[in-house]
Ligand binder design. Structure first.
Ligand SMILES: [Fe+2]
Ligand SMILES: [Fe+2]
Length: 271
């Protein structure tokens, strides 16, 4: 019996392919990973006219350091198209594939659809309950929502207003479920704006934890499995944590990265 074969049943056990370059996806399917993808991850740029030169000058290095830029929401401060237009002017000059989700600030002016259209026109892959595969790496993303963590998750009980609020969190979890089920890659990255775990919001005031994310998102992640999760929104949270299923979660809010030593605008991950 041949243990190493293509989807068409061709035996590769005696092929000249280097063994370390082979990764099993399904028992009879193969993915070839010749090199790692280097991802620069950041979030919460809150872009405004005043921050244009910072983005323009300091982000220029990312082109040499990464294969892909990932932005986990809050690209703009007030969700206004002119803010996005200026940010896109800076981002397109990086000439780097970019994957992003929107954040709550990008919804502030009710023009999120226009922002998404502008980003797509500039070549940015905007994930909104959708998946995207590039060079053998799958990205599943959605904004996420608030609602609390663990035993503190708000449930749909009582007033109609509470049920509507909770339904928004459930809808985002369902969007993530749909996005993750679209991926066919072995490497799977989840991109959110809100946190799926409490651990990476610690550092913020405990009173606002329920407004920084919800573990409804983590339940989906653990059910489908992922290699890494990125989020932002918790500007004063913690850098790293794990879901109960053991999936690493990284808070890449730029304010948090700027407080590290040395301060950074993004973190680099090899996947
Ligand atoms: Fe933010
Ligand atoms: Fe936010």
């Amino acid at each position: 019996m041949c243990w190493l074969s293509t989807a068409r049943g061709e035996c590769l056990e005696n092929s000249i392919l280097p063994p370390m370059a082979l990764r099993y996806r399904r028992p009879h399917e193969l993915t070839y990973n010749w090199r790692l993808m280097r991802i620069a991850a950041t979030a919460d740029l809150h872009f405004s006219a005043q921050s244009y030169s910072t983005i323009q000058d300091q982000f220029v290095k990312v082109r040499d350091e990464a294969d892909l830029l990932l932005i986990a929401g809050d690209l703009t401060n007030y969700g206004q198209p002119p803010e996005m237009e200026m940010l896109l002017n800076a981002l397109v000059r990086l000439r780097l594939p970019t994957v992003a989700v929107l954040g709550n600030h990008d919804y502030e002016s009710g023009q999120e659809c226009e922002l998404q259209r502008m980003m797509a026109a500039a070549g940015i892959k905007v994930l909104d309950g959708t998946g995207y595969e590039r060079d053998g790496v799958g990205f599943a993303g959605t904004k996420g929502f608030v609602g609390g963590f663990g035993r503190g998750v708000l449930t749909a009980f009582g007033e109609r207003e509470v049920k509507v609020f909770v339904q928004a969190a459930i809808d985002e979890a369902l969007k993530l479920e749909r996005a993750m089920s679209q991926l066919r890659t072995t490497k799977r990255i989840v991109v959110l704006h809100y946190s799926p775990i409490a651990c990476t919001v610690m550092g913020e005031a405990p009173e606002i934890y329920p407004f920084l994310g919800t573990s409804r998102l983590a339940e989906v992640i653990d059910r489908h499995g992922a290699d890494l999760v990125f989020h932002g929104h918790a500007h004063r949270g913690a850098l790293e944590g794990k879901t109960t299923g053991g999936v690493p979660v990284h808070n890449v809010a730029i304010t948090l990265l700027q407080r590290q030593n040395p301060p950074a605008l993004y973190r680099i991950f090899d996947v």
